[in-house]
Design a protein around this ligand. Structure first.
Ligand code: SOE
Length: 393
């Protein structure tokens, strides 16, 4: 984890890194903000230069570049990769383009940061991981952008688990609840087309809780069983037409970790009132941890070794200088938000590249998540035996 500067602006570091980004919608906006600010807050071995932004529509990409601070534009991502002033390619496009862009960039000797989920299929993720491993042998690095690993409270949770503060992990309970699709008249988007997004809530937000629980526990899922459901099978498409929704709206699954820990997961975009409730609770043999992204500066800790009469979940407000990433930001007690997680991610990436260490999560970690998603889909399609319950009386 990268250390901050205690609010002091850093001395100009020795070398720069030319960055190009492909895509400029939601993820493009948050990544741009991180690239723009990261070196102003963190001590880094490399300073990013935002040299070019890629997008298919010339007018829109030009406007976005001006707004977000990119020096030039390209309308073909291949042109970005060919440029000598580009050292790193940041991929913020829908999943169906990740493999082609990432593999081409790595083969051209450019470092790669790729949005999650790594790919739309396991086969693509495998090819990306192979390309990443070949490139790494030549000092070219890659990382998949699971930004929630960089929430200070979750990084602290990881540290507490690693230090044995909750003992052996027994239960992992994770949900990711949003409600932006609950309105059945909400229009079609690429996120609802299998060919573009790979899957629905499962890959978009379920992927985050799979990665985050594997990260916090330091363990891996070895088996899953679950099902998915699509509540609204058709949505208003372009020009007054209707389009079929070809992905899941929600996914519910159980899982088992290599250690034997038992897990439950739920991902949905239909939980009215829940905006970005990514919640993780872990129960171990000595204590428990609990986190909710809607109150992302808090981590709740239950220490079973405290005297029973006064033991209880304790709220740790994760804003202090000795908490992960916090030293770089505001004086103690002030809060961070969603955007900071991306700045932390990019600070860690630049530190890894500058010190020639493999950044994490790697493409291999992304592939591991992809395999879990695929296993849930297989289980949903055919695997688990669904037992009917007699509900006649
Ligand atoms: C949409 O559901 C989304 O923007 C995800 O794609 C992001 O990864 C998550 O951080 C917030 O929700």
């Amino acid at each position: 984890m990268t250390e901050g500067t205690s609010n002091e602006h850093q001395v100009q570091p020795p070398s720069g890194l030319g960055v190009a980004m492909v895509g400029h919608a939601f993820m493009g906006a948050v990544h741009s903000q991180a690239w723009r600010n990261v070196h102003r807050f963190f001590d880094l071995p490399l300073t990013p230069r935002m040299v070019a932004l890629g997008g298919r529509d010339a007018q829109r990409v030009k406007e976005a570049a001006g707004r977000f601070g990119w020096s030039s534009v390209e309308t073909d991502w291949r042109a970005l990769i060919e440029r000598d002033d580009v050292d790193l390619v940041d991929i913020c496009t829908p999943g169906d383009t990740h493999a082609e862009i990432a593999i081409a960039a790595l083969n051209a000797g450019k470092h790669v940061l790729c949005e999650k989920p790594l790919a739309n299929t396991v086969a693509e993720a495998e090819r990306m991981t192979e390309a990443a491993e070949r490139a790494r042998a030549n000092g070219v690095y890659s990382m998949v952008a699971f930004n929630y690993r960089r929430v200070p409270a979750l990084a602290l949770a990881r540290k507490l688990v690693e230090e044995g503060r909750i003992g052996e992990v027994r239960h992992v309970r994770a949900v990711y609840l949003q409600d932006w699709l609950a309105d059945e008249d909400a229009p079609m988007t690429w996120r609802l087309r299998k060919e573009q997004a790979g899957s629905g809530a499962l890959g978009d937000i379920g992927a985050h809780i799979v990665d985050a629980t594997q990260f916090v526990t330091g363990d891996v899922l070895t088996g899953v069983a679950g099902f998915t459901h699509t509540f609204v099978p058709r949505r208003p498409g372009p020009g007054g037409t209707e389009e079929p929704v070809t992905v899941d709206d929600c996914a519910v699954f159980t899982g088992r970790f290599a250690s034997g820990a038992v897990a439950t997961f739920e991902a949905t975009r239909y939980a009215l009132g829940r905006k970005n409730a990514m919640r993780i609770e872990i129960n171990g043999s000595r204590g428990s941890l609990s986190f909710d992204f809607e109150a992302m500066n808090d981590l709740w800790f239950y220490d079973a070794e405290e005297p029973g009469a006064t033991a209880g979940f304790r709220r740790i407000v994760v804003t202090e200088a000795d908490h992960p990433y916090l030293k770089a930001w505001w004086p103690p007690g002030h809060l961070l938000g969603y955007e900071h997680t991306f700045t932390h991610e990019i600070a860690d990436l630049l530190t890894a590249i500058g010190t020639k260490t493999a950044p994490q999560p790697s493409f291999a970690d992304g592939l591991r998540v992809q395999r879990v998603l695929a296993a849930v889909e297989r289980s949903a399609a055919e695997g688990t035996r669904w037992e009917q319950v007699d509900s006649t009386t």
